[in-house]
Each structure stands twice: as C-alpha cells, then as structure tokens.
Design a protein around this ligand. Sequence first.
Ligand SMILES: C[S@@+](CC[C@H](N)C(=O)[O-])C[C@H]1O[C@@H](n2cnc3c(N)ncnc32)[C@H](O)[C@@H]1O
Length: 224
Amino acid sequence: MKTLGFVAALLLMLAAVAFFVVARNTPDAVDFEDVDLDARVKQFLETHAWGGRGAANVPAVDGLTLHNIVLEKGYTRALEIGTSTGHSTVWIASALSKTGGKLITIEIDEGRHRQAVENIKAAGLSDLVDARLGNAHGIVPALEGPFDFVFSDADKGWYKSYLDALLPKLEVGGCYTTHNVGGLFSGWFSDSGDYMDYLNGLPNLETTVDSRGRGLSISYKVSE
Ligand SMILES: C[S@@+](CC[C@H](N)C(=O)[O-])C[C@H]1O[C@@H](n2cnc3c(N)ncnc32)[C@H](O)[C@@H]1O
C-alpha cells in the first residue's frame, strides 16, 4: 500500500514537472495583447499554435524574440534555414514588414513548404517572403548575400557548415541566431555542445543564449 502511495506521489510530481515544461514552451507564454502585431499576423499566430505533426515550430517566446531583434535593430536582409510550416517565418517577416525588409527561407520537405506558403499568405506576408523549396546544403553556400539577420533552424548536424558559409556574408552589426541550443531538453533534439563551443570561440561574434524557450543562441557580428 505504502509503495502504491509513493508511486502515485511520484507520478503526480512528474505530471506537475511535465505541465510546467509544456506551459513554458507554448504560445500562452506570450501575451499577444502586449505585442504590436498586424491583425492578420496576430490572428494566424493565435489560431495556429499547433503547426501539425513533425512541424517542430518555434514556441511563441522564441518567435517573439526573433521578431523583436529584427525590429529593434532595423534589419532588412534576412535569411531563415528550416521554414517548416512557417511559424518563425511569420514572426520574422512580421518585423520586416515594419523595417521595410525581405526574407529568404528554405525548406526541404515539399508538404511543409506548401503549408508554409499558405500560412505566410494567410498572415498577409507573401510579398516579403521568398520561400524556396530545396536542400539548404546546396542553396545556402550559393546565396549571394549580404544578410543582416540569419535564423538557423534546420538539420542540427549541419549547423556549423551553415555558419561557416554565412559568416562572411553577414554584415558587421548583423545577427546570427540558432535554435535548439542549450534550452531545457535541447539535448533531446540535438547535440549542440560542439556547435556552441565553436560559436563561442569565434572572435568576431558576441554570443548569448536565451533559454526561456527551446534554447536560442544570439550572436552579433562585431568585426570582419
Ligand atoms: C525545427 S523545423 C523548423 C521550424 C520552423 N523554423 C518554425 O519555427 O516554424 C526544421 C525544418 O528544417 C527542415 N530541414 C531539415 N534539413 C534541411 C535541409 N538540408 N534543407 C532545408 N530544410 C531542411 C526540416 O524539413 C524541418 O521542416
């Protein structure tokens, strides 16, 4: 009987921890009333919190951070690697609609790319987004640049190669962000340790990690 009680208490505790983890990673963590967003963008983000199985969209807290960086720094030439169904795309493009900028985003999966194009349209941002279907391994090194904002959120094993290809094309003062590094349970999605060591070792980047969502590294380029 005692053992049963102990197991029940343990399960209750685990459920409470799981609830806390899920709650801090859902769009509820952002009060949309406090964010100055276009009505169609707000409508999209509020009604599409769940992007579908396997979509792995950013939680709103990370989306809002990306949005605010672009807006506050006035960035206009943005690149996203890993569109999925376009949630982070909408957050970033929403900020670009205020700075007068444009975004290139790349996705390898045709179904998710198609859904993203629809979602971007629903949010009223099609004119600002060049959504490309294909393998970023080949597309990224061929991009001309320059960029002042990058969000890297595709295959984690290629993070370093994307960074190496893009750093020379990132303007001084620009920002390079990477998802799923160092947040709670980020190890479940990627082994980000080596990448973070590499990122932190680069002398022309100043890097911090925002761990409120799923671990977002934010690196400003301070010199060539
Ligand atoms: C974590 S999801 C991106 C989530 C998206 N940024 C969002 O918040 O809505 C990663 C996406 O990267 C895509 N991907 C993986 N490897 C890729 C590659 N080599 N080239 C382009 N896209 C890739 C996957 O198909 C997947 O949709």
